[in-house]
Write a protein that binds this ligand. Structure first.
Ligand SMILES: Cc1cc2nc3c(=O)[nH]c(=O)nc-3n(C[C@H](O)[C@H](O)[C@H](O)COP(=O)(O)O)c2cc1C
Length: 390
C-alpha cells in the first residue's frame, strides 16, 4: 500500500482497515448528516484571492494559540475512546502532537487517563470537559488536570443531550463493542484491527476509574448515548456554570461548540479566553450552520477579547488558510487523525499533520503570504466573503 498523499487517501486507507461499525462511529453524524457534509462543503464554496509578486521565499507557519507556541496552526481536537482504533490510544496522539510541535487536547472521555497522557507528552496539553452534573467530580478532575500540567481547559457546550447518531443505532454500537453475529463477521474480516484492539486491553473511560457509580457501569458494555446522557451531559446547565468553572480553574479557559455571535459574547462575559466555533463535527444538532459560515459573525462579536478557533471539516491546507483569513487563530481536526491512527498508528497521525503543514506552506506561497501572522484581522482579503453571506 503506497503512502497516502492527502487526507482523503488517509480516510480511504482507514476505511479499508476498520469494521463498518467502527468506521461509522467515526465518520457518522446526527440524523441526516446534513451538517457533517456542510462543514466540508463550506470550505469548498469559499474562493481564494491570491496576491502576486510578494516575497514568499521564506515562510512562517508558527504562531501561538492561547499562549502556547505551535509550529503550525492546526491542533488535535478532543475525542473520546481513541483506544477503539489503536492500542496506544490517546498516548499515540499526545506523542504525535508533541513531535509535530502542536497542541493535543485530551478528552475527559479518553480511554487513557489524563495523567498517562501527560506523562508521554512533549508538547502543550489541553483538557476538555463536559458540563458535568456532579460538581465535586468536576472539582476533582480540574485539580487533577492542573496538577498534571494541562494549560487550557476546554468546556464543550453542545452536548446538553447526545445527538441522534443513526448509524450507531443501526449498527447496534456499544462501547466497548459487543459483537452480534453480524458485527462478529465484520470484525473477523478486519483481523489487523481486531488484533490491535485486543492488544489495547479493556476499553473504558479511564479518567473515571474509581468514581463511584460511574466506574461499575463503564466497565460493562453500554449503548454510548445512554451512558453519556446519564453521566456526561447536563441539560440543566446555564452560563452560571461557566462562571463557577472560571473561579475554579487557574489556567486558560475555552468554550467549544459556539455557533452564534450572541453566545460568543456571553462566553467572553463569563470568563472564556477562547471560543471554539464548532458543531461537534455534525454529530450533535443536524441542520446547524457549517462552522466556516458561522465564523465571521463570531469573530466580529468577540473582537480582541478572546481568541477564536474553529473545527469541523478541515481537510486541506487551503481550508486552514481560509479559516485564518476569516479571523480564526487556528483550526482543530478530529476525524483526520482517527483515520491516520487507524491506518498508520502514531506515524499515521504525524503524517496527517505533515500533509496539512506541507499543504498550508504551499498555499501561503501561492497566495502571497510569508507569515501566518499576516492573516490576522482579515486585512489581506484573501477570501471572497460574498459566498458566505450569499
Ligand atoms: C469519534 C469522535 C469522538 C469525539 N469525541 C469528542 C469528545 O469527547 N469531546 C468533544 O468535545 N468533542 C468530541 N468530538 C468532536 C470533535 O472534537 C470535533 O468537534 C469535530 O469532530 C471536528 O470535526 P472533524 O472531525 O470534521 O475534524 C468527537 C468527534 C469524533 C469524530
Amino acid at each position: 500500500m503506497s503512502t497516502p498523499i492527502n487526507l482523503h487517501e488517509v480516510e480511504a486507507a482507514a476505511r479499508r482497515r476498520l469494521p463498518r461499525m467502527v468506521y461509522d462511529f467515526i465518520a457518522g453524524g446526527a440524523e441526516d448528516e446534513r451538517t457533517v457534509r456542510a462543514n466540508e462543503e463550506a470550505f469548498a464554496r469559499v474562493r481564494l484571492r491570491p496576491r502576486s509578486l510578494v516575497d514568499v521565499a521564506t515562510r512562517n507557519l508558527a504562531t501561538t494559540v492561547l499562549g502556547d507556541p505551535v509550529s503550525l496552526p492546526v491542533l488535535l481536537g478532543p475525542t473520546g475512546l481513541v483506544g477503539l482504533v489503536h492500542r496506544g490510544g490517546e498516548l499515540a496522539l499526545s506523542r504525535a502532537a508533541g513531535a509535530a510541535g502542536t497542541v493535543y487536547c485530551a478528552s475527559i472521555a479518553g480511554s487513557r487517563s489524563l495523567e498517562e497522557v501527560a506523562r508521554v507528552a512533549s508538547g502543550p496539553l489541553w483538557f476538555q470537559m463536559y458540563l458535568w452534573r456532579d460538581r465535586e467530580l468536576v472539582r476533582s478532575l480540574t485539580a487533577r488536570a492542573a496538577a498534571a500540567g494541562y494549560r487550557t481547559l476546554v468546556l464543550t457546550l453542545d452536548v446538553p443531550v447526545v445527538g441522534r447518531r443513526e448509524r450507531d443505532l443501526r449498527n447496534g454500537l456499544t462501547l466497548p463493542p459487543r459483537f452480534s453475529t453480524r458485527n462478529l463477521i465484520d470484525a473477523g474480516l478486519h483481523v489487523r484491527w481486531l488484533r490491535e484492539y485486543q492488544a489495547g486491553g479493556r476499553l473504558t473511560y479511564a479518567n473515571l476509574r474509581g468514581e463511584a457509580g460511574i466506574e461499575s457501569e463503564s466497565s460493562n458494555a453500554f449503548a454510548l448515548s445512554e451512558y453519556v446522557n446519564r453521566h456526561l451531559a447536563n441539560p440543566g446547565a446555564t452560563w452560571e456554570w461557566l462562571s463557577w468553572l472560571r473561579e475554579l480553574w487557574p489556567g486558560r479557559l475555552a468554550v467549544k461548540g459556539v455557533l452564534t455571535g450572541a453566545d460568543a459574547r456571553l462566553a467572553v462575559e463569563h470568563g472564556a479566553d477562547g471560543v471554539i466555533v464548532s458543531n461537534h463535527g455534525g454529530r450533535q444538532l443536524d441542520g446547524v450552520s457549517p462552522t466556516l459560515d458561522a465564523l465571521p459573525e463570531i469573530v466580529a462579536a468577540v473582537g480582541d477579547r478572546a481568541e477564536v478557533l474553529i473545527d469541523g471539516g478541515v481537510r486541506r491546507g487551503t481550508d486552514v488558510l481560509k479559516a485564518l483569513a476569516l479571523g480564526a487563530r487556528a483550526c482543530l481536526v478530529a476525524r483526520p487523525y482517527w483515520y491516520g491512527l487507524a491506518s498508520g498508528g502514531e506515524a499515521g497521525v504525524r503524517h496527517v499533520l505533515e500533509l496539512l503543514r506541507d499543504e498550508l506552506d504551499r498555499t501561503l506561497a501561492l497566495t502571497g503570504v510569508a507569515d501566518v501572522a499576516e492573516l490576522a484581522g482579515g486585512d489581506l482579503q484573501l477570501v471572497d466573503e460574498g459566498v458566505l453571506r450569499g
